[in-house]
Ligand binder design. Structure first.
Ligand SMILES: Nc1ncnc2c1ncn2[C@@H]1O[C@H](COP(=O)(O)OP(=O)(O)OP(=O)(O)O)[C@@H](O)[C@H]1O
Ligand SMILES: [Mg+2]
Length: 221
């Protein structure tokens, strides 16, 4: 399941007077692997949060195919977060008290997926990220790179249109970072999952089809 993702004149002003995004209009085609770059404070995370339904724009629109996201509709946002986007964060954000496979299966709990099916999907995704043999490990029993692989598997579990990864390798050494990029790229190519990846590392942007750069909340042409 993929959709094109388009924003039209997105603007986000915070209550403190900061304008984090100004008239951001971008389009991401189904199956693209796009790097989002820009200096600290340029609005990258703000854009990711809006695309993922964790924050709402002050003005402007987001479309998944031709379906405009209504940010006033709570149910729509819950649906967006559960089934249309997957998130990968810098800090991995795994639940520390449950195993790798349980972390991957966790989002499916909210979709009323039967246990057997949850387990099968989680197994399949752990295998995809090369961690089938670590299914029963707790997060603290895994390396940073392995934890991020689990988080990538979890992001894929609802069969999302797009994976939003906000500095996914910010906590990893350069060798492990390159492995994580290669993994995301393979998943992108083999499963046709669209990726938008925030990165500070120029060389990581070379793994991507295209780069979108933000400067002071605007897209740099
Ligand atoms: N909840 C908030 N309330 C007020 N201002 C905010 C909020 N979140 C972000 N900002 C401000 O909006 C601007 C953009 O922040 P954002 O987190 O999107 O930047 P970023 O590009 O992700 O930076 P970094 O590379 O450091 O993660 C910054 O000036 C930041 O201080
Ligand atoms: Mg950020």
């Amino acid at each position: 399941m993929t959709a094109s993702i388009r924003t039209e004149s997105l603007t986000r002003q915070f209550g403190n007077g900061v304008t984090a995004l100004r008239d951001v209009s971008i389009t991401i085609a189904p199956g693209e692997f796009v790097a989002l770059i820009g200096r600290s404070g340029s609005g990258k995370s703000t854009l990711m949060n809006i695309l993922g339904g964790l924050d709402a724009p002050t003005r402007g629109s987001v479309y998944f195919d031709d379906d405009e996201v209504d940010y006033a509709d709570r149910k729509r946002l819950i649906h967006l977060r559960r089934t249309e986007v997957g998130f990968v964060f810098q800090q991995f954000n795994l639940i520390p008290t449950i195993t790798a496979i349980e972390n991957v299966a966790y989002p499916l709990l909210f979709n009323y997926t039967p246990w057997e099916e949850r387990n099968q999907q989680a197994q399949r995704l752990l295998k995809l990220v090369g961690l089938a043999d670590r299914a029963d490990h707790l997060p603290h029993e895994l390396s940073g790179g392995e934890q991020q692989r689990v988080a990538i598997a979890r992001a894929l579990v609802g069969d999302p249109h797009i994976v939003l990864a906000d500095e996914p390798t910010g906590n990893l050494d350069s060798k492990t970072s390159a492995e994580i990029y290669r993994l995301m790229r393979t998943i992108n190519q083999d499963q046709q999952v669209t990726f938008l990846v925030v990165t500070h590392e120029r060389e990581m942007a070379s793994y991507c089809d295209r780069t979108i750069e933000l400067r002071d909340g605007r897209v740099v042409a």
